[in-house]
Design a protein around this ligand. Sequence first.
Ligand code: ATP
Length: 363
Amino acid sequence: MAEIKIENVTKRFGNFVAVNDVSLTIEDQEFVVLLGPSGCGKTTLLRAIAGLGMADQGRITLGGKDVTYLPPRERKISMVFQSYAIFPHMNVYDNIAFGLKMNKVDKTETERRVKQAAELLHIEAMLDRFPSKMSGGQRQRVAVARAIAMGSQVLLMDEPLSNLDALLRLEMRAELKRLLREIKATTIYVTHDQIEALSMGDRIAVMKDGVIHQCDHPSIVYDQPANEFVGGFIGNPPMNFMQGQVQRENGQTRVSIGGFYLTPAAPLQPFLQPYDGKPIFLGIRAENMETLNHPAEDALPVQVLVVEPLGAQNLLTIEIGTDIVKVATHPTFQVAPEDQVWLRFPADKIRWVDRDSGRVLYP
Ligand code: ATP
């Protein structure tokens, strides 16, 4: 069992709190992606798990063993960091085989594992080459191959694909995911690339300012973000947040957006009552609005500002009140800038958000 348990871990640099009371359990063989903007504390947390920068507070266990204050070599983990430290005086083969030799793995098994890892990373033709004769992306792949060849139960990876070109990155994403499943390692993978996170992770932990705001399956993080930050960080385009005004009339709560009234479903009414007379945010993804080219009673008339054909869909930019909203339509939907269209907001796709805290109220 290689479960990783992080309990109330805090890491400071002077007065600055880089990781703030983080708790997270990564199940045996699970692949968790740590995702967040630059400087949010992802690497600092990973380094605490690796033992490269001890936590100031809290506890970290690997497979049930408390490793909080153990040096890295006693933690039985493999790491790939952004600064892919590979040995310049060793060729690619020896670099990949390094950890295996240190662990006295026999020659045949070493050869097998080096070859398998090198093939995965498409560097099998470079085994004799020295790092000085390789590109940054190739060196990064050597570092990933070395970590994988080790066969550790716990793999920590910090932006391991960051130096690869877009096409190779796309290919490696799927291959790495398949391989990690095959070698059954418990993996924490740091990235600020949300597509990588959505496509690779069993779960995604979304971080900001040293705090994990949500940790869940990619589809849940995408469809049901816990707050405005998560909805706005995940997805391209990010989730739209429009301002609505809550009004109570004849015992019913209504929400006006751009002069159009939505009557929220009964289960939502109690959540909205305290907001009577106040603004609220409605979060909705671009692809979840329905666009009509004719008026309808339950649809808001809007004017199209920009049309961006993106192949699989067209992205419309629309102004609702003071909010700029992105709406995805089928590429066959005929529309041009300045046209009027009508928008429907399916009730089950709306996230109701407290404007001040950014917290999702419902559902
Ligand atoms: P990136 O995606 O840019 O790598 P990150 O989320 O991994 O960012 P960290 O490297 O963990 O972020 O840094 C978190 C915060 O801690 C940053 O504000 C950074 O400036 C600060 N920090 C990191 N290491 C140190 C250090 N050794 N001394 C002081 N501050 C540090």
